[in-house]
Design a protein around this ligand. Sequence first.
Ligand code: ATP
Ligand code: MG
Length: 470
Amino acid sequence: MIKKFIEKVFGAGRVPKGKPAKRNADGWRVYTQMEHGIHRDDLSQAAISVCDGLQREGYQAFVVGGAVRDLLLGRHPKDFDVATSATPEQVRAVFRRSRIIGRRFRIVHVMFRDETIEVSTFRSNHTDADANEQNSRADEHGRLLRDNVYGNQQDDAVRRDFTMNALFYDPSREEVWDSVHGVADIQSKRVVMIGDPEARYREDPVRMLRAARLASKLGFTIDAATEKPIRPLSPLLDNVPTARLFDEMLKLLFSGHALSGLETMRELGLHKGLLPVLDKLFDDPVVSPFVKLALQRTDQRIADDKGVSPAFLFAALFWHPMVARWRELESRGVRSLQAMHEAMDETLEQQRKTLAIPRRLDPMIKELWIAQPRFLQRSKGKAYRLLGQPRFRACYDFFELRAEAGDADKEVAHWWETFQFADEHVREGMLLADDEPAKKKRRRRKKKSAAGGEAQPPVLAEANSGNGPE
Ligand code: ATP
Ligand code: MG
């Protein structure tokens, strides 16, 4: 694989070891098609059209960032971004179907039938007051608050995070431009920060999460100097807006490499504030198998091109913290149903302090949680009511995941697997088998409450009878 890549990038034996790379007058190493091996056909037609259109008007225009990195690695890019010397207004004037978006960085979306290309003007990352006091400011930790100062192509390369992300591809000349040793770092599978790593993390602490995410997604190692400041600087993530952290975590969780991404985050000490549950993910005998399985299944679904639900994964990640809180409240005498509702609200609010999990996910997360004890109730009315719930399948998948991980009764999961697909006749037979014990229990409960003991709501009473979500 590596050999093939080296051959692809340099041609077999084209660049003898140790020979300094050729550079153009501005200090860029320019790789020809023969050297880098990217074919124009591997790009989207829309990205090519945008570059061609801008170049025709006399502007510089390149495909940049993750797409060039992925093309060099022989991967199919998720999307194509273009960087140009044209200002947003100038880009807007070239393409009829385009619009300027964004406040912090103004970029242009150029729309095609089934694709949108993001076009950004070359930017610079100067933090010194002279550069442009209006547009480039840092907070007391060095975090950039605004960085929409325009610059030239070289500025645009060095304001990017890692060397592998700072490559420019010109589709018309079929050249890759590299001023930061990025091609060689991709070749040796290394994540290397451009410039002084500590200062770059201070400017934008999210780069620490990006290092973890990209390393696990690409199977790269993080260069020692790039890794070193991460652990000590990890508390800086506390100053990042929670919505941005949520976006970045979502990228990691749905990268197709969630498990290894979280492992890397933990190794780097990045999870403490963000996802404290990760402390238990790899050690706790109860939490670990369940959360790992949830992550593995998410990765598998992405590999199979199947849909994934953020609510489902967050419900899984926070299930055990919620149950622990629920049990705690119960042990303090709060009635079970009320305790569960309080525990759900508290768990989600607690998490929102670090990750801005959108409130619109709450109803779905709660629905999955609330359904769990109901799977233990297999008497006629209740089983049919649960089955008739609009999102029964997701709730069942959650229960089945728990069963598979040893967190719920496998036999009960199997019963539901059969029940949901069985015909009426078979179902009736199954229900009878369960109806008797349920009736007996109800009678017992009645007796107990008549004798002065507190009657529990039936849903959770069963959940507490041994098969509950401990
Ligand atoms: P992915 O394949 O997951 O999309 P990506 O590297 O393309 O990875 P994007 O978030 O799409 O990630 O960013 C596009 C490009 O913008 C990056 O390749 C990098 O050059 C630049 N970039 C993104 N985030 C930062 C950042 N926090 N600091 C500096 N440059 C960044
Ligand atoms: Mg990208």
